[in-house]
Design a protein around this ligand. Structure first.
Ligand code: HXC
Length: 246
């Protein structure tokens, strides 16, 4: 599909994406790169990262991979430092790292609940918190009057109630709340735009194949357009938000 945006809309910008090596995160990495950004991808699985970076290079996108877990503050610091070392600045932070599995609440251990909160909610906060000094106006490589932007990837599971997703629903509700608080505080203080994207079911992703196997999503009520969303849809929303178009 042809992008509705000019190919240089993100020229000169640098992006860091957690969970940017696979699924929706990778498509956002790719589209930010195809629209001119340099891209640093953080993820837990080295082989996945390596193939993501190789694919970005094939498109001619300047890209690095940094192995790490958003639950570990040192990994987050290292990912940010590697991004600055390689590209000199940070303009766009995308928090796409997430953990998920289907489990009835009755069978979920408190540690299982905590694990997903740690990845999705605490991880998002940790990365935002450590990235602040690079994103704020006047940060490395940045004009004194201009801050960067944060995009947090959430979900729609928690808008009502979703079977066997108590942990993820709680975690994504917290992500949405973090997005609003940071938009208020860091928008006011540092000219950083903080936005969220809440994808519904998106085809060809681990989320849908793990959480909605078979025809679980075939009802018209769940999908008024009678088709799954596409990773491209989400990536285009990210390009728009990252571009500063207004
Ligand atoms: C019940 C489970 C479980 C399962 C793990 N646990 N998997 N409980 N059912 N299937 C419990 C464990 O028993 C343990 O608790 C605790 O969780 C930690 O498990 P670990 O395996 O030690 O954790 P870890 O290795 O850190 O892995 C975390 C993980 C992750 C969340 C399980 O590996 C994972 O799922 N990764 C997949 C990433 C993914 O699918 N991303 C796409 C997200 S899609 P105890 O008590 O035993 O110690 C998305 C979109 C949502 O978010 C919207 C879609 C429509």
């Amino acid at each position: 599909m042809e992008s509705p945006f000019k190919p240089d809309v993100l020229k000169g910008k640098v992006a860091l994406l957690t969970g940017g090596g696979s699924g929706i995160g990778f498509e956002i990495s790719r589209q930010l790169g195809l629209h001119g950004a340099s891209v640093a991808v953080m993820g837990r699985r080295k082989p996945v990262l390596d193939s993501a970076v190789a694919a970005l290079h094939l498109h001619g996108i300047p890209a690095i991979g940094v192995e790490g877990d958003v639950r570990k503050r040192d990994d987050v610091v290292r990912a940010l430092e590697s991004t600055i070392k390689r590209f000199g600045r940070l303009d766009i932070l995308v928090n796409a790292a997430a953990g998920n599995f289907l489990v009835p609440a009755e069978d979920l251990s408190p540690n299982g609940f905590r694990t997903v909160i740690d990845i999705d909610s605490v991880g998002t906060f940790t990365v935002c918190h450590e990235a602040l000094k690079y994103l704020k106006k006047g940060g490395p490589g940045k004009e004194p009057s201009c801050g960067g932007t944060i995009i947090n990837i959430s979900a729609t599971l928690h808008y009502t109630a979703t079977w066997y997703q108590i942990h993820v629903s709680a975690a994504k509700a917290a992500v949405d709340s973090i997005t609003r608080s940071l938009a208020l505080e860091w928008g006011t203080d540092y000219d950083i735009r903080v936005n969220g994207i809440a994808p519904g079911p998106i085809g060809d992703t681990p989320g849908v194949s793990k959480l909605a196997p078979g025809d679980a999503l075939s009802s018209r009520e769940q999908m008024p357009l009678f088709k799954l969303g596409e990773k491209w849809d989400i990536a285009m929303a990210a390009v728009y938000l990252a571009s500063g178009a207004d």
